[in-house]
Design a protein around this ligand. Structure first.
Ligand SMILES: [Zn+2]
Length: 147
């Protein structure tokens, strides 16, 4: 989907001015969709993710990893993603059922066309036979008339 790399800026200690960027499995900001965040450290057990763009904050955690996990935990988003997957599976199922139904109709149509061709052949034979019978009857009538 996105070409943007999600990354996070981490400082080693509270109040440190230096730090570095890490590529991490961190979700984009739920408020502004920005993909770069930092983890704010405010003591031994106060860590939280902050969006660099809009300053949205994640839940407070004991360490960096928990802070990122809490930031990434989005139950509504996960539920909607699951619903979307279910809906797509249903669409796929309906599509394949439609294709199967269409194939069945095509097979019936082919069989019906075959039967029509067969009946047309029979009809041509009957017309020809009728013509012969008429011809014979006319010849017979002519012979009788000639007597
Ligand atoms: Zn944001």
């Amino acid at each position: 989907m996105s070409e943007l790399k999600n990354r996070i800026f981490l400082k080693p200690t509270v109040g440190a001015t230096e730090g570095r960027w890490y590529d991490m499995d961190v979700k984009p900001c739920p408020r502004c969709a920005f993909h770069e965040h930092t983890v704010q450290i405010e003591g031994d057990h106060v860590y939280y993710v902050v969006c660099i763009s809009c300053r949205a904050r994640g839940p407070i955690a004991d360490d960096v990893f928990e802070a990122v996990a809490l930031w990434n935990n989005r139950p509504i988003e996960a539920a909607l993603t699951a619903q979307l997957a279910e809906a797509n599976a249903t669409i796929e199922l309906l599509d394949s059922a439609t294709v199967e139904a269409a194939q069945e109709v095509m097979a019936q149509l082919a069989a019906a066309n075959e039967r029509i061709a067969e009946l047309e052949g029979n009809l041509r034979g009957a017309i020809q036979a009728t013509a012969y019978v008429r011809k014979d009857r006319d010849r017979l009538a002519a012979l009788k008339g000639g007597e």
